[in-house]
Design a protein around this ligand. Sequence first.
Ligand code: E4P
Length: 217
Amino acid sequence: MKFFVDTADTAAIRELNDLGMVDGVTTNPSLILKSGRDILEVTKEICDMVSGPVSAEVVATEAKQMIEEGNKLAKIAPNIAIKVPLTWDGLTACKAFASEGHMVNVTLCFSAAQALIAAKAGATFISPFIGRLDDINLDGMQLIEDIRVIYDNYDFKTEILAASIRSVNHITDAARIGADVITAPPNVIKAMASHPLTDKGLAQFLKDWDATGQKIV
Ligand code: E4P
């Protein structure tokens, strides 16, 4: 399973990247706002740091303008994946970008039907938003499962990029189902290393070690 980091915070990306845990990065307009940086400048910095796909999102809503924006974003670096929303115009732009050999991440996917049509339009990645479905009492993980079945039935090459991840369980469930990629905030990725029994066990070992009066170095 590939790990993408869902942030435009370059310090956080660098920390995980130095541990070899970053296969790619996803950004969106809200994450650019949060970074307080210029989109072209921060995206270039991320692309220079990470060798895998870096998603940069268009903000136009009509295909023609989306294509103009996407072409500008694609010039930032060869590892840009142009991110388009799952609308008819977004799919039109997706097809155009895919035909030119660009990677395309089709985002804001909330149904299996949307995922199917995005694959037909040549999406490199489909981004089903798990957390936002769970937020309205729908089952985000069921959507990942449905898309996996459909893509496997017809051998679609579009990769399932499980997005809007809010918890460690989202990551392990997506991995169990067979999502190709997850994109998660840095704090959720770091939380994967934590377990209360690890903390408890370590505290006991350290207490007992103190009692031995020994030193290793
Ligand atoms: C994916 O590419 C999106 O940037 C992201 O996962 C959205 O997550 P959110 O629902 O937590 O904003």
